[in-house]
Design a protein around this ligand. Structure first.
Ligand SMILES: Cc1cc2nc3c(=O)[nH]c(=O)nc-3n(C[C@H](O)[C@H](O)[C@H](O)COP(=O)(O)O)c2cc1C
Length: 360
């Protein structure tokens, strides 16, 4: 199988990708996931038209640090010429490691204007867009597709071949159609078919929620790499668990509550520092607070308090208060009653010296 068109430190056999995710995979989360073992990250999708208008919001989506590399900037649009211009501009202004084209976004506003998965209704347009982008940048051009627009256009191998023929150097497949949105299960056998059909590397994506899932996807599809989106929400350690599973090592358990909170606070700290406007940063961080506290005993009450905070000190104090209350001699603090082992960015499980038996 062909190698990826960009270098990855350590050259892992099955690289792990943090998926592009609007409103989620911003620089602080990308850095956090890199710390936990994501080998490659992508920006969220950015409109080619927005890039050409050079508006401030778009510029914020495109910012990244060198420590995030290798990183791809993902662009979307339905106009081949504008897509080419946008690719040239991000190449000059930001120099990412690759430019990724979004042919997967199912959001109505985007699809209506033929962007994202809307392009999958017009295979010839897909070809023209990839060609135009490929001609406009010296960087490797990659694509992310769904299996089709709906059942009648479902043909991921055909779309993959079109992209490869037009110059794409890597294809990521989320094997659901636009019509399916996120329902049902991702059809991994379509990833396997694509990996067999293409010469360029195929990255599998869809429904990886555990280290064991990552290993199963690799074994069942023969994909070159694995991309993770929702499974990483409030659980960036999924990359470490996936790496362990792929390497045939024991999969570390979930972090204990205290360790989770430490990771959450470090993430919030970086998000606030990155955003500049603390009030806005904390508002936008609420979704992460929701995810980090999912599954905790009395989680709903905790979230209600967290959703009212205005700064990092308040986040800390609500979390400390929760820990003080669950630090009972009974110990275990997950809603399902199962104790947890910890996996911090530094790796390994550490048992807390605390009386509570809350694992950190
Ligand atoms: C909140 C959210 C935002 C997303 N934004 C993007 C995006 O900007 N570009 C893209 O190609 N896919 C986007 N996706 C799709 C994911 O990259 C991924 O293909 C999909 O969630 C399936 O992977 P998963 O099962 O690991 O979540 C988004 C998904 C979510 C949940």
């Amino acid at each position: 199988m062909n190698r990826l068109p960009f270098e990855i430190p350590g050259n892992p056999a099955t690289p792990l990708f943090l998926a592009p995710q609007a409103g989620v995979s911003e620089a602080p989360f990308r850095r956090l996931c890199r710390g936990f073992g994501a080998d490659v990250v992508l920006t969220e999708f950015v409109s080619a038209e927005g890039i050409m208008r050079a508006n401030e919001r778009t510029a914020a989506y495109l910012r990244f640090d060198d420590e995030e590399r290798p990183i791809g900037i993902q662009i979307f649009g339905a106009e081949p010429a504008t897509m080419g211009d946008a690719a040239a501009l991000v190449t000059d202004a930001y120099a990412p490691d690759f430019v990724d084209i979004n042919f997967g976004c199912p959001v109505k506003k985007v699809v209506k204007r033929n962007g994202g998965s809307g392009c999958l209704r017009d295979p010839e347009l897909v070809h023209r867009i990839v060609r135009a982008v490929e001609a406009a940048t010296p960087l490797p051009v990659t694509v992310k597709i769904r299996s089709g627009f709906d059942e009648s256009t479902r043909d991921p191998v055909r779309f993959g071949l079109i992209c490869q023929d037009a110059g794409a150097r890597m294809v990521t497949l989320h094997p659901r159609t636009r019509a399916e949105m996120y329902s049902g299960r991702a059809r991994w056998h379509e990833i396997a078919a694509l990996a067999r059909a293409l010469e360029v590397p195929v990255i599998g994506n869809g429904d990886v929620r555990s280290g064991e899932d990552a290993l199963r996807m690799k074994e069942q599809t023969g994909c070159h790499g694995i991309m993770i989106a929702r499974g990483s929400h409030g659980a960036p350690w999924l990359f470490r668990q996936s790496r362990a599973a792929l390497d045939g090592r024991p999969v570390p358990g979930q972090p204990g509550v205290r360790a989770r909170f430490e990771i959450c606070v470090a993430h919030a700290h970086n998000a606030i520092a990155f955003e500049g406007d603390p009030d806005k940063a904390v508002r936008e961080f609420r979704k992460h607070l929701g995810w980090y506290t999912k599954g905790l005993r009395d989680g709903r009450a905790l979230r209600q308090r967290l959703f009212q905070v205005h700064d990092l000190d308040e986040v800390r104090s609500v979390l400390d208060d929760y820990l003080a209350r669950v630090d009972s001699p009974q110990g275990v603090s997950m809603a399902d009653g199962r104790p947890r082992a910890a996996t911090g960015p530094g790796g390994g499980a550490r048992r807390s010296a605390s009386r509570a038996g809350v694992l950190v």
